[in-house]
Write a protein that binds this ligand. Sequence first.
Ligand code: CP
Length: 317
Amino acid sequence: MKNFISVKDVHDIEALIAQGLEYKKDPRKDESLGRNKRIGLMFFNPSMRTRLSTQLAAKNLGMDPIVLNAGSEGWTLEFTDGAIMNGTTVEHIKDAAPILGAYFDILCVRTFPKLQSQAEDESDHVIQSFIKYAKIPIVSLESATRHPLQSLADLITMTETFREKRKPKVVLTWAPHIKPIPHCVANSFTEWTQAWNQADFVVTAPKGYELSTQFTTGVQFSTDQAAALEGADYVYVKNWSSVHEYGKILGDHSDWMLTEKHLRHAPNAKVMHCLPLRRNVELSDEILDGPRSLLTQMAMNRVWSAQSVLSEILKGL
Ligand code: CP
């Protein structure tokens, strides 16, 4: 594996999941794989789980990670080719990225979309610029369009918890939020679940919240949340802003917040959310504090997801 930006970078999803579960059993089994390899983690946006789990994963593989809070402590970078830099940007990515490429063997980057222009966000220009100019393997810690380490952890979580000899029914349900939220987790979960091909998958959201077609080709979509939830084995709860009215919130849909009542026809459903979340806006206390919640397990599986990916990249260095 050269870069890890989307599921398209993965040759064998099942093998990546299985390797993650092996690391869960024996975290230090490949502790010499990353010896003398340097890994940098650049955060243009906040993080708790991604920041800590990726460092834990790197340490398990014998690496010594270095974190730069680029959004708050780094120079403001310019990404536009030919820019006359007489404004707020201080350093061009063409100048900064090759230096990071020389400092590190692997560079991990977190950057969020601005939610102002769909075309700009979908170009994923920040992460693509690092790939172009750093010339070392780049790992997405969440980009403008996707959150692949989260999605791999989600598949690891479903793999280790589903015991039936059939495909699980997996529902991605839109949840309310008080502010416009990126589409990355929903896009990525959709893309990975489709590529995995081990689940009966449906996305449900209010009209106007359909995801971008580049992620939903062949995916069942319903605006009837109750029908979609019926018989679900996994319910992935996530807010995202509108794609059609890009980056906007379309009215009040507070009744979409998942409660036990919503799951009355899904007695075995386990509930997933990537965190962070706003209690009693996105998800109810009764679910979060009850036996359906997989949230802590999912966050723990972020370590094994990152370790499995870093391991594949290290093997190719
Ligand atoms: N789920 C997730 O990416 O969490 P953080 O934003 O805290 O890293």
